[in-house]
Write a protein that binds this ligand. Structure first.
Ligand SMILES: [Mg+2]
Length: 382
């Protein structure tokens, strides 16, 4: 079998799908994207296609290393997201060619079903209690929300109190019937993270995500030494080499590689195994579309330390497109009481509605995250 071509489709709300075709008539789908930089990743995918067209798609390991090592410069969100989507599509082709789901090729299932959680609230964490109540009706008992508004490097007691009050209100309303993680989204400086973790600890969040920016990951150890709240991070780490430094420094309880950013299935299986060796749980990041979610699930179902899967059905970003809009086999993605079953179809297990993808790609908007500023006019982390 030989790869004959790569086609990319940028689609609403902010995703990109990749179709890899072969001379055997088997087609694989991937989702290479960085939110807000889709066109940049698209260019990278097409540059990397020089290494792929005419090659046997079965040689995933060699193609992966060719893309990673062949160009001298490597790593980072753009290149690793391009590789990630290509890698997903290659696994999809291999599974379809052999007639089995990808998890069968990775050694088979370690669990019967995977726990998922639901996002509530928007960019700024308001109306989360109403959001939780609505999602509980759909069966979810585990949630994630943004933990804070924008926060200055040294901010006020009032801002801290607002955050604590909001989280306390969630515990008061739902008691121990739900679990929730708080995403600090890299908005919080190390000194403010110390204060917030101490104040939030009695409210028992399931985890705090990106308590500080990944650039300051060396602070995770110090933060973990002063709090019992599990620290989660990883959506802005792009390879096992990035994760290795953080694992060695210590402090991380939950690794959150993104299957569309960290080199795809091939690399994230390695990251999962490395995390297991450090007694770190796995919870793949996935605020993206159905191919990314299908790729995450392939890893969840073979990784012993996978504990939670993010999924973006109903997330605030999904304006103009929902996760299952582009999927033919929607029933396979049914989430019952927060649990999802292994996708039964060969390859990644997602049948893409190609006509719908092509139609949606015609007027795809360029999604951008908002740019926030502090009251003094300086740039704020979003
Ligand atoms: Mg996050």
């Amino acid at each position: 079998m030989k790869i004959t071509g790569l086609t990319t489709y940028r689609v609403p709300p902010r995703w990109m799908f990749l179709k890899i075709e072969t001379d055997a008539g088997i087609t694989g789908w991937g989702e290479p994207v960085v939110e807000g930089r889709a066109r940049t990743v698209e260019t990278a995918v097409h540059e990397l296609s020089e290494y792929l067209v005419g090659r046997d798609p079965a040689h995933i390991n060699d193609l992966w290393h060719t893309m990673y090592r062949g160009g001298f410069y490597r790593g980072g969100p753009i290149l690793m997201s391009a590789i990630a989507g290509i890698d997903q599509a290659l696994w999809d082709i291999k599974g379809k060619a052999l007639g089995v789901p990808v998890y069968e090729l990775l050694g088979g299932l370690v669990r019967e079903r995977m726990k998922t959680y639901s996002w509530v609230g928007g960019d700024r964490p308001h109306d989360v209690v109403d959001g939780i109540a609505a999602r509980r009706e759909a069966g979810f008992d585990t949630f994630k929300m943004n933990g804070t508004d924008d926060l200055g490097m040294i901010d006020s007691a009032r801002k801290i109190a607002e955050t604590v009050k909001r989280v306390a209100h969630i515990r008061e309303t739902f008691g121990d019937a739900i679990e929730f993680g708080l995403d600090f989204h890299g908005r919080v400086s190390t000194p403010m993270a110390k204060v917030l973790l101490r104040e939030l600890e009695p409210l028992r969040p399931l985890f705090v995500e990106e308590p500080v920016l990944p650039e300051h990951a060396d602070a995770y150890r110090r933060l973990a030494d002063q709090t019992s709240i599990p620290i989660a991070a990883g959506e802005r780490m792009f390879s096992r080499f990035d994760f290795r430094r953080v694992f060695e420094q210590g402090g991380l309880a939950i690794a959150q590689p993104d299957l569309s950013h960290a080199g795809g299935i091939t690399e994230c299986v390695r990251i999962a195994a490395m995390a297991e060796a450090y007694d770190i749980a796995l919870a793949p990041h996935c605020p993206l579309g159905p191919v990314a979610l299908a790729a995450c699930l392939q890893v969840d179902f073979v990784a012993h330390n996978a504990v939670l899967q993010e999924q973006s059905m109903g997330i605030h970003y999904n304006r103009g497109g929902e996760v299952l809009d582009y999927v033919v086999n929607r029933a396979d993605f049914a989430i019952v009481d927060g649990w999802i079953k292994p996708l039964p179809k060969p390859g990644l297990g997602v049948e893409i509605d190609e006509a719908r993808v092509i139609a949606a790609s015609r007027d795809a908007p360029d999604w951008r995250n908002p740019v926030w500023r502090h009251p003094d006019g300086s740039i704020a982390e979003w």
